[in-house]
Design a protein around this ligand. Sequence first.
Ligand code: XCC
Ligand code: SF4
Length: 630
Amino acid sequence: MGNFKMTTVEEMEAATNRLLETGAKVGADAWQFRVKNQTPHCKFGEQGVCCRICSMGPCRITPKAPRGICGCDVHGIVGRNYLKFTAGGAATHSDHGREICNTLGHAAPDGAYKVKDPAKLIRIAKEWGVETEGRDIYDLAHEMSELALSEYGKNHGVSRWLKRAPQHTQDLWHNAGIEPRAIDREVSCALHMTHMGCSSKPEALIRQSLRNGLSDGWGGSMCGTEFSDVLFGTPKPIDTEANLGVMVAENVNIVVHGHDPSLSEMICEVADDPEMIAYAKEMGAKGITISGVCCTSNEVAMRRGIPMAGNFLQQENVVLTGACEAIVVDVQCIFPALGPLSKCFHTKFITTSPIAQMPDSDYIEFSAGTALEKAKEIVKTAIENFKNRKPDLVYIPDMKQKATVGYSVEAIVKTLDGVTNSQVDKTGTTKPLVDCITSGVIRGAVAMVGCNNPKIRPDYAHIELMKKLIANDIIVVASGCSAQAAAKAGLMDKAAKDLCGAGLKRVCELADIPPVLHMGSCVDISRMMVLVSELAKDSGLNISQLPVVGCAPEWMSEKAVSIGNYVVATGIDTFLGVDPYVSGSTEITELLTSGVKDWVEASYTVEKDIDKLVDKMIERIEEKRTALGI
Ligand code: XCC
Ligand code: SF4
């Protein structure tokens, strides 16, 4: 077994408890306490049967009161709530994508943002029918930025990205009437449909939920991923580390948290500047350590090897170390708790986006046009804060794992080339992977995604599921906070091959990969959509026939609902460990867990028992194999 040792959830919990002791000393609050105040949760909310979209309500559906004042029944109310849940997530991911398209417009040869992957830009431009021959790359970048931005509000047509899907999938979308049009239009349409006195028919509400999800995954998120690669480089395998032990006591610790790499990339760039490092030394530190939390961490880990301090429910721990000079955030998944918490320490809580403004933070507005100067101001603020540390409050848990990350589709295709003995094209297809799957060396693949949620023991579901999957020769691709859970546990260390079944272990050895592949942030689930599309085309199968499923065992955000919808709509059965507030309606539950199969050949399974959840996934994968006779 070598000397590979996983970090267990118990060990991580012990570290958290030790940090909460520090918190107790300074009177800090933490989610662990707030959860208790909020439990038990409102039953009406949990079942999705409360409606407050007009001021005749709020109306709550009970056996004695089966209809709201307007006459809407429980299925309409639950369905509308579900569609609104989706719209929130689709808007959020897509707006992040818009920011990236906007940043692309600011790219300049001598500017803060450059085109780091010109070949990818040209590839996408050709896909979109844009003339590339003899063009200046920045000229092309600016045209593509404009075109991409117009994807958000164009008057006619459907998302340009849909053409990447296999023809069969495109036909399903067309026939089901769920091809996403302009990205913003699907959000507006969803909010129009859920207005008082519009749609209350379950089928219509769920169709729009799928379409709005698709406008995210095959629209806004895909813009985010693809143009981030153009700007900051397409990820390639790179070594990094994960968990709080990546913070360095002697250094100025800057933690980037949020989502948009436009900010985090610039902070990394500036912190690398010898002038800044000299300044940090002048202020008494040995250097500067950047680490990350949540998806922005995934972005800079994939492209720069910046270590990952932790995932969603670990964000408060970062401050509780007493060694965080600044936690710099942009948008999404940022606890407002960081404001009051940072006040208990010397930590500067720096908000930067008009989209996410919070009390008790220092607001340094960041934009693509002023990126470099603002990033310098932020890094300087952190450095100058080093002297304010209270040494008796400093405790960084000595806990981290090695991880190899950076598995974009391009990197996966390249890495798996030549793994099999097949005579297939060795240049840029997924056929070697298809061969591994059809021969049964790998039984299938699971896309593990999503957040942490206090309703599930944090990280436990992610880690336990992945362990069991890889032991059963099922390769895991992961993104978001799920990927960080894997990295913290050690499952992205190549040595974790020892936890695999014989087939997957062999593949890990031949390709020199870990058994859990880090595919990026949550917008990068669009990468997974491209990967399954390529797998389907290269194997001549439909996506829904592939022994591949998706899983979000600890999800919590609106974004996760939007993701779930586009993953299902793409033909991939999706397994959830937390109910999306639909249990109050038999009709909506029936549609999501079965009815949508008639439209998109996949559906949801909700299973709160983690052991059963993993067994059901393995069962589904084996069913798909049997159906193919492989
Ligand atoms: Fe947020 Fe993206 Fe969830 Fe993590 S996984 S808690 S959404 S950071 Ni996206
Ligand atoms: Fe009640 Fe209907 Fe208004 Fe909803 S829309 S709050 S169910 S009256």
